[in-house]
Design a protein around this ligand. Structure first.
Ligand code: AQP
Length: 334
């Protein structure tokens, strides 16, 4: 770990990873691993901010590691571990709880979405989750954080917390201000059932998302049933933007086919949605089915996945402890 730039990102083990996680985060994780030192974390402590069945959680942690490997992360290049295995995350989170402001947290839109209408019943953990996320990043003094657009606000909060720490303890540049790396084209993959909601693991309907473990048949059926309309595909972006579900399908198509939105609109305009859906299903099956097969293969050998987490934890802990020593000193903790 001698290069200056350092990437950190996390994924919650809250269920099957899906096309949104893949296009919004995992693909970026893999390409960054070629250029920079990277730390990728299965953020199990974030997952428990909403109730998780313990056995299910254990399985989901291993499945998330399998998904990391199946999409191309290499544990000898990147550090892969689970958050709860490195206690520095919670120690720094406490310190940052004392830096972060209630007013800042109360502006976080994800809390409002996840807590729903009865906020009094949401866990305190869900409310202070963005402070733990800041600790995850700052514990390693990470400079770059690849995330989907839904995490942009939390990243901005991490920057505010880092800046306030540096000011409060008079240590300019102690924490770098982490930069979000958000994919340009598909920063937010939307639900296949509602083009105004993001694709999400916790959405009730499995038809709202393409899971990385879905079979060719499931992918085909889900795309076929994806919400669209009986009109023809428009020939310009302005009209397309009035149809969020169609825009989502076209966005996914252009990303997977590595084509621009304009080119895709040229190819598709005037055609029925059934035509787009058939072509999109083919592309997705080509890209996602091999990943799903690899995840299933990797899950057969759980001890291999556990050993990756163990080695990753040891490497992560060395960096975390070194940084924590300096952080404690700055704060005045003996
Ligand atoms: N729909 C999405 N489009 C683009 N990027 C997405 N990400 C998640 N959904 C989309 C990105 O994937 C990374 C890991 O996300 P996460 O699993 O840690 O948490 P999340 O954003 O809360 O994802 P889900 O699927 O919605 O999980 P649940 O339902 O458990 O809350 C992040 O970089 C995220 O931006």
């Amino acid at each position: 770990m001698n290069k200056k730039k350092l990437v950190f990102s996390g994924v919650q083990p809250t269920g099957n990873l899906h096309l949104g996680n893949y296009l919004g985060a995992l693909k970026n994780f893999v390409s960054l691993q070629k250029e920079m030192d990277c730390i990728y974390c299965v953020v199990d402590l974030h997952a428990i901010t909403t109730f998780q069945n313990p056995n299910q959680l254990r399985n989901n942690v291993l499945e998330t590691v399998a998904s990391f490997l199946a999409t191309g992360l290499n544990p000898s290049k990147s550090i892969i571990f689970n958050q709860s295995a490195v206690s520095g995350h919670t120690e720094l989170a406490w310190i940052l709880n004392c830096i972060s402001r209630i007013g800042w947290l109360s502006r976080m839109t994800q809390f409002k979405d996840k807590a729903g209408s009865d906020k009094e019943k949401a866990s305190v953990g869900l409310y202070i989750y963005p402070n733990l996320m800041a600790a995850d990043i700052l514990l390693y003094k990470a400079t770059h954080v690849p995330v989907g657009a839904d995490q942009k606000q939390h990243l901005e909060l991490s920057r505010d917390i880092a800046q306030k720490f540096n000011n409060d303890f008079n240590c300019k540049d102690f924490f770098p201000l982490p930069e979000p790396l958000i994919p340009k084209n598909v920063s937010r993959v939307m639900s296949l059932r509602d083009g105004n909601k993001k694709m999400s693991k916790s959405e009730e309907s499995d038809y709202s998302r393409i899971n990385l473990k879905d079979s060719a048949d499931e992918i085909y059926k889900k795309i076929k049933k994806a919400k669209s309309d009986s009109d023809q595909i428009p020939d310009n972006l302005k009209d397309l933007e009035k149809k969020p579900e169609a825009l989502n399908l076209i966005n996914i198509y252009s990303e997977i086919s590595k084509s621009t939105l304009e080119k895709v609109l040229n190819e598709m305009s005037g055609k029925e949605y059934a035509f787009l859906k058939r072509k999109l299903a083919e592309l997705l099956i080509n890209e996602i089915e091999p990943v799903g097969k690899e995840i299933k293969k990797l899950l057969v050998d759980k001890s291999h996945l556990e050993s990756i987490l163990k080695k990753g934890k040891e490497k992560a802990n060395i960096i975390a402890e070194e940084n924590l020593k300096n952080i404690r000193e700055k704060v005045g903790l003996i």
